[in-house]
Write a protein that binds this ligand. Structure first.
Ligand code: PEP
Ligand code: MG
Length: 579
């Protein structure tokens, strides 16, 4: 049994057999074969070794003329392993004894050896573990060739273990079979984490070297509440987790019971709880969880999930489907936020050295006007169906906002000329996600109907910490005083200008921040749908006065640690079962 600590990004517990998708997309489930097929599998292992040896010999020879001896030495070490008969025998013995596939036998045997090396207290031998993984990959490449199986065609329940997953990959998982996710990379607000949360799949990220420890088919527990992953748990641990999982399900059930109740504080202040969605189908989940509308529709997923750029009709249909669910309630459609970690499938953008500081979001739209206008036309047409609002992401200065509004007006004129109707008074908002926007909020407020604070990016850009990079994930925290002070500034400026201000970053989905946000004057939260009931329960348990006191204390604190622990303790008192 091995226990790994990462970052909990999507709540819930799952226990299941692992399916590994490594960086090269190999998945090695445990597959049994008929005993009569064992010789054929053993022959495949032999062929894979022969091919790998020949490939490596050629590489080694090529090194003679080019690079120095260091690389040649590495190849020599790999060749020695591959020529070692006892290694091959271990693999073929496993096929004989357990009637499993060649891939599974290769992966399991080599990972066992690597784990053994990693545990030896000798730096030289520990480092050899990396060579073993290399050899594993080389052999798997030979074995799998074009036979990589598609994760979309699963037929049994699995928990996915991967070095990293893209938001699109995650969104494509079949929820019926994919019961949990664990990745080496990622951070709390990486888009993959966000997608896992909205799909309701328990997930833990930033596990650093989990993929090196887990073998395909190993039993894995994913504790998406505490950020723990347990590989090959003993019986007692499985029993404890099964019980914990039952308790957690009971809490969810209990909370679901209040979904029809209003989100009102004990002293009668009504809070609007909206949902964040990536796909129109999720609007139904928001409604079911007791949400009052959609506060953030991440429309770029329309692009990420399709082989070609969506047409105006496709945009319109997606928006119409969402609005149908919330006919007389707000549906805030955010214009596409492509770029950074959300590239289109065609990868037609040249790689940027710093994609999060590059051509993303509104900047990308302002340089791709045809695409931008197509979306705006669809949003405007859909505005007739309900309370549609439009929101521009990643605004950093007034000029950008003016440009975006100018294009919107242009599209309105086009529609007028074509006698196509739309809501002429559509509400326009911007996301406050950069320190630049926060610091100039009083200016920006004059030209919009509302702000929505995107705490994920605001934290990233304020602290200069990549939100998806596990190497700096401990530095990423929205509880940092710098982030909170910028937020206070934005909220105060919005109040002064008498415009609405909401929070739609993940902060609004985290129970510990709710009291603080109310205390800062926030009355609209937009959050991941599964967290709506819990958030409502917190709101219904507190008074605004309590929240004001808490916010005052927090804003006087200077350390992130102190703030985090204070917030956690306060929330734990209100909803102990959730912690
Ligand atoms: C944010 O940055 O807080 C936000 C809500 O937008 P996204 O997570 O899609 O970048
Ligand atoms: Mg953002």
């Amino acid at each position: 049994m091995e226990i790994k600590k990462g970052i909990a990004v999507s709540p819930g517990i799952s226990i299941g057999k692992s399916l590994i998708i490594d960086s090269e997309d190999y998945r090695i489930p445990r597959r049994s074969i008929r005993p009569s097929h064992r010789m054929a599998e053993i022959q495949r292992v032999r062929n894979a070794f022969t091919e790998a040896i020949s490939e490596l010999t050629q590489l080694e020879e090529a090194q003679d003329q080019t690079e120095g001896s260091r690389i040649k030495d590495i190849f020599a070490v790999h060749l020695r392993f591959l020529r070692d008969r006892s290694l091959r025998r271990k693999i073929t013995d496993l096929i004989h004894a357990e009637s499993v596939t060649a891939e599974y036998a290769v992966s399991t045997t080599l990972r066992q050896i690597a784990t053994h090396f990693r545990n030896v207290k000798d730096a030289y031998i520990t480092e050899r573990a990396a060579d073993i993984y290399d050899i594993e990959r080389r052999l798997l490449r030979q074995l799998l060739g074009r036979r990589r199986e598609d994760v979309e065609h699963l037929s049994e329940e699995v928990v996915i273990v991967a070095r990293e997953l893209s938001p699109t990959q995650t969104a494509g998982f079949n929820r019926e079979y994919v019961k949990g996710l664990a990745t080496d990379a990622g951070g709390r607000t990486s888009h993959t984490a966000i997608v896992a949360r909205s799909l309701g799949i328990p997930a833990v990220v930033a596990l650093e070297d989990l993929t090196e420890i887990v073998g395909g088919g190993d039993v894995v527990i994913i504790d998406g509440n505490r950020g723990i992953v347990i590989v090959n748990p003993d019986e007692e641990t499985v029993r404890q987790y099964e019980e914990y999982s039952r308790e957690f399900a009971e809490l969810e059930h209990k909370l679901d019971a209040i979904k029809g109740e209003p989100a009102v504080t004990r002293d009668g202040v009504i809070i609007t709880l909206l949902g964040n969605i990536e796909f129109p189908e999720e609007a139904g989940v928001v409604l079911e969880k007791g949400g009052d509308g959609i506060g953030l529709y991440r429309t770029e997923f329309l692009y990420l999930n399709s082989p070609s750029e969506p047409t105006e009709e496709e945009h319109y249909e997606a928006y119409a489907e969402t609005v149908r669910v919330f006919k007389h309630r707000p549906v805030v459609i955010r214009t596409v936020d492509l770029g950074a970690d959300k590239y289109t499938q065609s990868k037609r953008f040249a790689p940027e050295p710093n994609p999060f500081l590059g051509l993303r979001s509104i900047r990308f739209c302002l340089q791709n006007l045809t695409m931008f206008k197509t979306q705006l036309r669809a949003i405007l047409r859909a505005s007739l169906l309900g309370e549609v609002q439009v929101m521009f992401p990643l605004i950093t200065n007034l000029q950008e906002l003016m440009q975006a509004k100018f294009i919107l007006r242009d599209v309105m004129e086009d529609l007028d000329e074509e006698s196509i109707e739309y809501n002429k008074n559509i509400r326009i908002g911007i996301m406050i996600e950069t320190p630049a926007a926060a610091l100039t909020a009083s200016t920006l407020a004059r030209d919009v109907h509302f702000f929505s604070i995107g705490t994920n990016d605001l934290t990233q850009y304020t602290l200069a910490v990549d939100r998806g990079n596990e190497l700096v994930s401990t530095l990423y925290s929205s509880a940092d005083p710098a982030v909170l002070r910028l937020m206070r500034m934005v909220i105060q400026d919005a109040h002064k200008a008498q415009i609405d201000v909401a929070v739609c970053g993940e902060m609004a989905s985290e129970p510990e921040y709710i009291m603080f946000l109310l205390g800062m004057g926030i009355r609209t939260l937009s959050l991941t749908p599964p967290m709506i009931p819990e958030t409502k329960q917190i709101i219904r348990s507190v008074t605004i006065e309590e929240c004001n006191n808490l916010a005052r204390k927090i804003l006087a604190m200077n350390s992130e640690r102190q703030i985090s622990s204070f917030l956690r303790n306060a929330a734990r008192k209100i909803l102990p079962e959730a912690f």
